[in-house]
Design a protein around this ligand. Sequence first.
Ligand code: AMP
Length: 223
Amino acid sequence: MAQIFEANTPVIGVGGKPGAGKGTRLSKFLKERPGEYIDFSVGTLLREDVKNSTDLGKEAKKYMDAGELVPDELIMRIVSKAVSEADKPVIIDGFPRTVAQAIAAINSGMNLVKYVEVYVPDEVVVQRAADRLCCKQCGETFTKQSTFKRPKVEGVCDKCGGELGIRSDDEPSVVLKRLKTYDDETAPVVKVLEEADVPVVRVNGDGDNNPNVDEDFARAMSV
Ligand code: AMP
């Protein structure tokens, strides 16, 4: 885990419970700021490796399907590579997700300038996962019941025409396990970052109760 960052590329970590909507918030934020950031989602990179059956993907799949976190060593490899190649500020969706990752980031000299946590209650996470469909080809997400983002043609991705299905880690038992994993392994990250003087900002991500969620998110992201 000992990658040392020579470039001082600023990195913003974005976290929150699985299904808190960090991906949705981020894609809106980035759409309004084209070309300003390099952004990637650790989960999406992992799913690509799983789809392509790389060695890393085969290893990661076992943990992802069980609602567990992928080992820190693998995550630090993916994240370090992406950050060291970046020539603009970087936003990482889903990092750091464990205390070990937070410590590794700080000790390796990563210029972690902020951590933004999107918060929603557990009930909302469970409801959203039950309502989510995902393209098997490109990973784009849609809703099953709620009108928020229904596909134009049932079962077909608007973006690439791929088949829509349920993401294996959105199965109800896996969602509950992922919430427990979050409480046990990710929630303590905040304290570690604060102790290392990394600013942590929490945003109420429950759109039904916070109509200003996107404005709040944009304010939280500014450095
Ligand atoms: P996400 O798309 O962010 O919900 O991530 C999907 C899955 O990828 C998670 O449930 C974990 O198994 C894995 N994952 C994503 N980010 C990390 C991380 N920083 N550390 C460990 N596992 C991760």
